[in-house]
Structures are given as structure tokens and as C-alpha cells.
Design a binder for this molecule. Sequence first.
Ligand code: BG6
Length: 477
Amino acid sequence: MHHHKFNDFPKDFLWGAASAAYQVEGAWDEGGKGPSVWDSFTKLPGKTFQGSNGDVAVDHYHRVEEDVALMAEMGLKAYRFSVSWPRIYPTGRGEVNEAGLAFYERLIDALLAHGIEPVLTLYHWDLPQALQDEYGGWEDRRIIDDFERYCVTLYQRFGAKVKYWVSLNEQNYNLTNAYQLGTHPPAVQDRKRFFAANHIAFLANARVIKAFREHVPNGLIGPSFAYSPAYPASCAPGDMLAFENAEEFTNYWWLDAYCFGRYPQAALAYLKESGEAPEILPGDLALLREGTPDYIGVNYYYTLTYTDNPLGGQTMQRINTTGQKGTTPSSGVPGLYRTTPNPHLETSNWDWAIDPTGMRIALRRLSSRYALPLMITENGLGEFDKLEAGDKVQDPYRIDYLRSHVKACQEAMQDGVELLGYCAWSFTDILSWLNGYQKRYGFVYVDRDEQGGSLRRVKKESFHWYRQVIASGGKAL
Ligand code: BG6
């Protein structure tokens, strides 16, 4: 299917950009905020690139008005941001911190004043440290009530102003790093504990979606899923089976639980056999079915290609966090699948395959399987950028990446996908969790590195490009 004539983007298409609290705000101990697990984790030696942390980040907390003015200048129709749970409840629960709510209220009001639709993420990984200490965070069912109380506080305060909500951001990526790879807090490497914590996160997700219906009846809510569609390395049946395994274990395990309230059959059978299946209590699956999303948020960066992996073969490996091209090892689960480079695709310096067609495939797979509207809640290119004389940042590689992916959105819509919007990652440069400040994503350059900097904002070439795309309703790509 090669289309030569495209339908226009809908008039109300949400042309957006995104961020997350820990990656932009800074002010980690101001305004009554309590510490999050990331505040502690990043200070342990050797955990992040050159020990970078979000104490200051890009100082968005103190520059909200300046940043929103840049969004307005760009003509943004939507801005996705996350609320930091420990800003609202410094120890996870108990007394609500009014200064925290007031900060987000200022941001939301500034966005609305410029006609920018806020897209509010309830959880982008910054769990209150107190809950990690008290009961092990996502490993204990007590978190379900605490998370619901926090979310309902936000529904009550912002439900009349905010229409689009994201429940959990990349539960799949975050918990895989936290409990399998040991690269996110609490840095555990234990598959049984991984599947158990992940199950509890599904219950929490469903519970807050259920509560959302009562408090924000006219809003829309869904999780943001890190979707890396699987490809088979070849048409050899062993590779095809590896691909089926990967899609089921790394994608449908989450999406089926969110949208159908059940786990995919072959993966569940395998985990029961291996003794790693989560404990499913009476009422759990009923709750999942009561808390299914209105739409699926899709964070798309790359596809992954899979090949056969024998027993005793390749295990899970850590990702490239340095930007040294070609340093990502094959990673997998013995007996099921392992990754292999796709010879048909170029990669970024962090070895992420650049694949706009993969985004079209992603949108179609999800739309066909779940019959829900979709929103691209993240898509972008992390690269080294250079600030040149005369305050110029030339990032044609980023423009190419974004252009080809916006086109893929258009193609997917032509294929019948209902797409609510496209949020590029990210608006300003951000702290990349494990990759420091050198892996840049923004339309707006922030003058800082691992050591610090002036924090001055400089519009990149991609800023001007995206402004035109939005102004033309997607015609001037
Ligand atoms: C997603 C996250 O994993 O991808 C973002 O939701 C993150 O917070 C983005 O920054 C890019 O990943 P990275 O590792 O390059 O920062």
C-alpha cells in the first residue's frame, strides 16, 4: 500500500511535545517536595552517565513562564508533562502539599491561557522514596490505595481543566529496568519479583482508571506504553517463533492486560511452568476489566528484530548509555528470543534503529488488536547537538527523523487508525535518565552539560521547522 495522496490531518489534531517531571523540573528539595527514588538512586556511585542527576535538571520549576512562552511561540496545541508524586505527597501519602499542587496549577493555567491542551501524566517513574522504604514500592499491594489517593487528589483539583490524562508511563520499560536489568531503582535482578511487581502495577493502573470515571467523566485516560514492535530476523520458522515470543512477552503481556484484562496465553503458560508467573488473586482480573483505558498512549522510538535463542543462549543485557555507536550487545531470554541488528535500518549513535515504517506498523497493530484511539505520547531522536556561534543549533537529522515519523502517522491514519495527536519527545532538552545531558531530544536547546551551565534556552532549527508544520496543519512537512 503506497499512497500518493494523503488526507489532511484533522483540525483538532493535537500537535504536541512532551517532558517528565524528574527530567526537567529540578528544585528537587524545594516547595515542600519529598525525595523520590530517583533522587536517591542517581546519587549512588556508577548508576548514571557521569553521575548526572535531576537536582537542577533544566530548571523548569523556576522557568515555567519562559518555557510556556516558547511553546506558545511555537504554536503547540498540546503539552504533555508529568506530575511528581512526592511534590504532592512528600512521603507518598498523608498530608497533601499545597505548594506542589499550586506549581502544577500555574503550569496548567499558563498552558490554557495560550490555548495549549495539557496532557497530564500521573506517574513517570519518580516514586516517593518513603513508599519504597516502607513497603518496597511496587512490590506491595498497599501501593494501590496510596496511588489512588494521589491520583484522586489530582482529579479533584485539575479534572475541570485537564481533559487528557496518562496513567502510568512506560510501566514495561521502567519495571523491566527496575527488576530485571537492575538499571532503574530499586535495581533488582529477579524475574519472579519483576512479574509480581508488574502485576501490582496493572492493578494500580486499573484502579485509578476506574476512579477517573467517577471524578473526570468527560476526560480521557490511558497508559503510555513503550512500544517497540517486533520483527523476525528472517522467514525461518525459528525466527518467526522468536518474533511471536517477543511480541507476546515484551508487548502483549502489557497491552492485553491493560485492554483485555487478561494475560496472553502462551506467555502465561511458560511462566507458570518456570515458576515466575505473578500471583493472581480472586478479583484481580475483574478489576483489570473494570479499569480499561479510553485510548492507548504510544511511546515509539524504534523496532527490534528477533532471532532464535537456544536454551543456554543470550540473556538480558544493558543498553548503550554512552552514545558510542555499535556498543549495544544482543539481549534476550534463553529459549525464547534474542535481539539482532536489522541490516536494513540506520541507527542513532545510541544504536536505536530509525524506522518510520515501524511506527506505521505499530499504530496499525495496536489499532487492529485493541480497537481504541491512539495518541503518540513520545517520539523523537536523542543525539549530540552542538551550540554554534550566533546561537545556532543545526539539527537536520532530528528534522528528518520527525518528518518521516509524522508522515508515518499520516499513513497510519489513512490505514484507518484513529490518532488523537502526536507529542514529540521532547520540548526542551532534558536529563536522559541513564545517559546524562549529552543525549539531547529537544526543540529547545538548554545550555548545560554534566557539570552545569547557564541553563539558557536556544531555539534549534527543528523548533522553526515544527512551528511551520503546526501552522500549516501538517501540510508543510
Ligand atoms: C522513554 C521515557 O523511555 O524514552 C523518557 O518515557 C525517556 O522519559 C525517553 O527520556 C528516551 O529515552 P532515553 O533513555 O534516551 O532518555
